[in-house]
Design a protein around this ligand. Structure first.
Ligand SMILES: Nc1ncnc2c1ncn2[C@@H]1O[C@H](COP(=O)(O)OP(=O)(O)OP(=O)(O)O)[C@@H](O)[C@H]1O
Ligand SMILES: [Mg+2]
Length: 597
C-alpha cells in the first residue's frame, strides 16, 4: 500500500513541509530568544548606568561609609520586579554592602564571592575592570537569570566596587515557549492540511492512472472494449486520450488480423491443394484437410507433431544445408494418384529457416490426359503408317515389274481397300474432332428407333449370314419416336451391332431388345461372344482402345467406333453403357429420351 505513488507523494510532501517548518521554527525561536536576552542585558546596563549617574554616594570613593545611604537610595529606586541589584565594595574581600533583594538584611556584609546568588568569576572579572555578563541557572533549576557585573572606577582610576545586577529570565523564556507552542501548532496544522491536500492531489493523479492500469489489465486478458474517461487536458488527460487511441488502433488492428487469419484459414482449409508445414526435424506443424486426406493423417498426428516420413511419400529427403534445393517441385505417386509437390522454406521468429511448406497438387487427371494424348498421337501415326506401307509396297511392285492383269487387279484392290481404310480413319477422326468442338451439324428430326434398327439389320444381313449368327428381336410395339439425327443414331447402332457380329464366334446368338423405361427408350444389344474383361471395360470408350489389338485390326476395327457412339448418344442427351463378362458375352445399352405426345 505504501509503495503506491499516492503514499509516496504524501510522504514527500509531508517531509518537505515538516523540514521547512522545523528549520523556520528553530531559526525564529533562536533569534527571538537571543533578541529577548539582548534586550534584557541592555536594560540592565541602562539601569546600572542610570544608577551610577544618579546616585551621589556611588560617586564617592569610600562606599563603606555610605552603606546605609546607598541602601536607602536603592530601596527608593524602583527596579523591575525581576531585577535585583547588589552593590559590592572591594575591601579586603569583595563584600555586599547594599542590595534590592528582599533578604538584603542577611546578605549585607557577606563575602560576595561566596554568595550563592552571585557568579564569582563575573565578580573577579569586573574587579579587573571589565564589564561582564553571564547566564546562570539558579539553585532552583527552573529559574534562569541574567547576571551583569559592572565595575565602578574610583577617582584614581581603580575599581572601587561593582554594581551587580541579576534579572530573572522567566518572562523571556515564557515568551519563547509560547512562540514554540504557536509554531508547533502551526506546523501540526500545516502538516494536516498538507496530508489532506497531498491526498487529494495524489488522488487526482493516481485515480486516472489506476483506471488506465486496470483497463490495460483487462485488455491484456483479451477484452479490447476498454475506454477511459478523459476528465482533464493535462498530462494525465493526454495519457488517457492516448490510451483510448491505442485501444481503438489495437482493436482495429486485431480485428483486421483476425479477418486476415480467418480468410487465410478458409483458403488454407478449402483450397484444392493439400498444404502441409513441417519443421526442421520433419515434425508436422500444420496440415489442411486435403493434405491430411492425401497423406492419411489424423488430427492427432498434427496435435502430437508426428514425424513426416519423406521416404514413405516417395520423396527425396530434404537437406536444410543445401539452401538452393529447399525451393522446388517433385512429382510423386501416392496411392495411385499423381501429385506435383511444390516446396519452399519458411522463416522462424529469429529469421532462420524454420522448416518447409509443401503444396500437394493433384495432377492425376492432367497426367492421364497427357498420356492419352501421347497414346492418341502414337495410335493415329500407327494406324496411318500400316496402310501407307502396304500401299507403298504394292505400288512399287506394280511400277517395277511386269505383272499380269489379274495380279495387278488384285494389287489395285488391296490398294483401294487400304485407301478406304485410311479414308474411314480420317473420317472417324474428323467426326470425333467435330464432336469435341461441338461443330457437328445435327439434322434432328422425329425418327423411329425401330425403323433405324430394322434398316441396320437389313444392311448387316450378309454379315450375319457369313458368320451363321442368329439375330432375335424383341421390340415393344408402338415405341414412341425420338428427336434425333437419323444418320448419327444409325452409325451408333451399326457400330454396336457390327461389334456384336465381329466379336462373336460363328453360330453365335445376337439378341436385340427395345422397351420404354422411365422417360427413355432403351435398346439392348446382347451377344454371347468373347466378352470383355472388367479391366478392359473401364477403358473401352477410350479412343483407339481395343481389347485384342491383333484380332480387332484383322477385323478392320480402329477402336474409334464406341467412343464416337458414346459422344453421339451423349450429344442427344442419352446414355451409352456396356456390361460384359469375359467368355460369356456382352450387352450394350442405348438410352434415349423419347418425344412425349
Ligand atoms: N460386343 C463385343 N464383344 C466383345 N468385344 C467387343 C464388343 N464390342 C466391342 N468390343 C471390343 O471393344 C473394342 C472397341 O470397339 P470399337 O467399336 O470402339 O472399335 P472396333 O470395333 O475395334 O473398331 P471400329 O468400330 O472403329 O471399326 C473392340 O476392338 C473390341 O475389342
Ligand atoms: Mg466397332
Amino acid at each position: 500500500m505504501f509503495s503506491s505513488i499516492r503514499w509516496k507523494f504524501i510522504l514527500v510532501y509531508f517531509l518537505l513541509i515538516f523540514i521547512a517548518m522545523v528549520i523556520v521554527g528553530v531559526f525564529i525561536v533562536g533569534r527571538l530568544e537571543d533578541q529577548q536576552i539582548k534586550n534584557v542585558t541592555n536594560n540592565m546596563e541602562q539601569h546600572i548606568e542610570t544608577i551610577v549617574e544618579s546616585f551621589s554616594y556611588i560617586a564617592s570613593d569610600n562606599w563603606n561609609e555610605y552603606r546605609e545611604e546607598i541602601q536607602e537610595n536603592l530601596n527608593e529606586w524602583r527596579l523591575g520586579s525581576s531585577e535585583t541589584l547588589y552593590v559590592i565594595y572591594n575591601e579586603e574581600v569583595p563584600t555586599i554592602i547594599a542590595s534590592t533583594s528582599k533578604q538584603y538584611n542577611k546578605l549585607i556584609g557577606q563575602n560576595a564571592l561566596s554568595s550563592k546568588y552571585l557568579d564569582s568569576p563575573l565578580i573577579l572579572k569586573a574587579f579587573d575592570g571589565e564589564k561582564a555578563d553571564s547566564k546562570l541557572e539558579e539553585m532552583n533549576e527552573r529559574v534562569i537569570s541574567k547576571h551583569l557585573a559592572y565595575p565602578v572606577m574610583s577617582s584614581v582610576g581603580k575599581v572601587k566596587g561593582i554594581l551587580y545586577m541579576t534579572s530573572n529570565l522567566t518572562d523571556v523564556y515564557r515568551t519563547v515557549n509560547e512562540s514554540k507552542a504557536i509554531l508547533t501548532n502551526a506546523t501540526i496544522l500545516a502538516l494536516s492540511i498538507t496530508v489532506l491536500l497531498g491526498f487529494l492531489i495524489a488522488s487526482s493523479i493516481t485515480v486516472p492512472i489506476r483506471d488506465v492500469t486496470q483497463k490495460a489489465e483487462e485488455m491484456a486478458m483479451g477484452d479490447f472494449d476498454q475506454f477511459v474517461d478523459v476528465k482533464s487536458n493535462d498530462e494525465i488527460g493526454q495519457l488517457a486520450n492516448m490510451f483510448n487511441y491505442l485501444t481503438l488502433k489495437l482493436k482495429n488492428t486485431i480485428q483486421d488480423m483476425d479477418l486476415e487469419r480467418s480468410k487465410l484459414d478458409t483458403i488454407f482449409n478449402y483450397m484444392a491443394e493439400g498444404v502441409i508445414a513441417v519443421d526442421r526435424d520433419n515434425r508436422i506443424i500444420h496440415a489442411n484437410l486435403i493434405a491430411m486426406d492425401i497423406l492419411g493423417l489424423s488430427q492427432s498426428n498434427i496435435v502430437e507433431n508426428s514425424i513426416f516420413d519423406f521416404k514413405k511419400m516417395n520423396m527425396l529427403e530434404i537437406d536444410y544445408d543445401k539452401v538452393d534445393e529447399l525451393e522446388g517441385d517433385e512429382i510423386v505417386g501416392i496411392n495411385s494418384e499423381i501429385y506435383k509437390i511444390k516446396h519452399a522454406p519458411f522463416k522462424n521468429e529469429e529469421g532462420n529457416i524454420g522448416g518447409l511448406i509443401m503444396v500437394f497438387q493433384d495432377i492425376t487427371h492432367e497426367h492421364r490426359l497427357d498420356n492419352m494424348r501421347k497414346e492418341f498421337v502414337a495410335n493415329v501415326s500407327h494406324e496411318l503408317k500400316t496402310p501407307i506401307t502396304t500401299i507403298k509396297s504394292y505400288t512399287e511392285t506394280l511400277m517395277e515389274s511386269e505383272i499380269d492383269v489379274d495380279t495387278s487387279h488384285r494389287f489395285l484392290n488391296v490398294i483401294d481397300s487400304e485407301c478406304d481404310r485410311m479414308a474411314r480413319l480420317v473420317r472417324d477422326l474428323l467426326q470425333l474432332s467435330n464432336l469435341d468442338y461441338e461443330k457437328t451439324n445435327w439434322n434432328k428430326a422425329e425418327v423411329s428407333l425401330t425403323d433405324i434398327l430394322e434398316d441396320v439389320i437389313l444392311k448387316l444381313d450378309l454379315a450375319f449370314k457369313e458368320k451363321k449368327q442368329r439375330v432375335t428381336l424383341n421390340i415393344e410395339e408402338d415405341l414412341p419416336k425420338v428427336f434425333s439425327d437419323k444418320d448419327g443414331i444409325e452409325r451408333v447402332i451399326l457400330n454396336i451391332l457390327s461389334n456384336a457380329i465381329k466379336y462373336t464366334q460363328e453360330y453365335g446368338e445376337i439378341h436385340v431388345e427395345g422397351f420404354i423405361s422411365d422417360k427413355n427408350i432403351v435398346l439392348k444389344i446382347r451377344d454371347n461372344g468373347f466378352g470383355i474383361s472388367e479391366e478392359d471395360q473401364e477403358r473401352i470408350f477410350e479412343r483407339f482402345y481395343r481389347v485384342e489389338k491383333g484380332r480387332s485390326r484383322e477385323l478392320g476395327g480402329t477402336g474409334l467406333g464406341l467412343s464416337i457412339a458414346k459422344e453421339i448418344i451423349e450429344a442427344h442427351k442419352g446414355s451409352l453403357s456396356l456390361k460384359s463378362k469375359l467368355g460369356e458375352g456382352t450387352e450394350v445399352s442405348i438410352e434415349l429420351p423419347y418425344i412425349e405426345v
